[in-house]
Design a protein around this ligand. Structure first.
Ligand SMILES: N[C@@H](CCC(=O)N[C@@H](CS)C(=O)NCC(=O)O)C(=O)O
Length: 227
């Protein structure tokens, strides 16, 4: 079987990181190919190199033996089906339904957080900026979601639902954002953030993201480009 995952720059492309983790956690072999997003058409889903591999003009896109899957959550769900029960979603149906709700909340929401705290894995701010109200509210919701679920599932393991799931893959880019922008969080949310950031597959992605485009001052020339 030949699986090719098309992704954006590893330092910035939060949507690419999510299914990349899901594929790795499921042990599914794949080749990755980076597509340059700092090209004409960005933001309008009209980059020719992206449209050549994804009909909607965005990455990630997985080509699995000729089957094209052009959305991060759909790729993660495909990986879960390939892997079989209990690998990428909790075994327990009630936990599984809630894990799906958490992943979907991330996939469909948190627009202000994506706007104001764009992923930049290697950047560190000394103190958090003064966020607008909608961003504050969404950061508080993330804290509430994480700490509530962690308290409930602590006896099952360190992940959001005890065992590692697609919900964790979907929140890993958020963990990098909290670190980058020095966002204060509750003890439970901070501990969960650190669990995500210590995952060996995330660390492999992070290590490979160093070589992205930086200007002389050490900041990305395309900082803020990806949400
Ligand atoms: N809903 C899509 C969003 C993917 C997305 O927005 N990808 C960005 C990069 S992180 C992109 O390809 N943008 C290209 C553009 O806007 O032109 C998914 O979850 O896969």
């Amino acid at each position: 079987m030949s699986n090719v995952l098309f992704i954006g720059y590893k330092n910035y492309s939060s949507w690419s990181l999510r299914p990349w983790l899901a594929l790795r956690w499921a042990g599914i072999p794949f080749e990755e190919r980076e597509v340059r997003l700092d090209q004409p058409g960005y933001g309008r889903q009209e980059i020719a190199d992206v449209k050549a591999v994804a009909p909607n003009g965005t990455v990630p896109a997985l080509h699995a033996d000729g089957l094209v899957i052009w959305d991060s959550l759909a790729i993660a769900e495909w990986a879960a089906e390939q892997a079989g029960p209990g690998v990428l979603w909790p075994e327990d149906p009630a936990l599984r339904a809630q894990a799906r709700a958490a992943a979907c909340e991330m996939h469909a929401g948190f627009g202000a957080v994506r706007r104001d705290l764009s992923m930049n894995i290697h950047r560190r701010m000394q103190r958090a900026p003064d966020w607008p109200d909608d961003t504050r509210r969404q950061l508080a919701r993330i804290d509430e979601l994480w700490s509530g679920l962690r308290e409930k599932h602590a006896h099952l393991g360190p992940w959001l639902f005890g065992t590692r799931s697609i919900a964790d893959a979907f929140f890993t880019p958020v963990a990098t954002r909290l670190r980058t922008y020095a966002v204060g969080a509750s003890d439970a949310a901070t501990a969960y953030r650190d669990t995500l950031l210590a995952d060996p597959d995330f660390l492999a992605w992070e290590a490979e993201s160093v070589g992205d485009s930086w200007d002389a001052s050490g900041y990305s020339v395309i900082d803020g480009l990806y949400r």
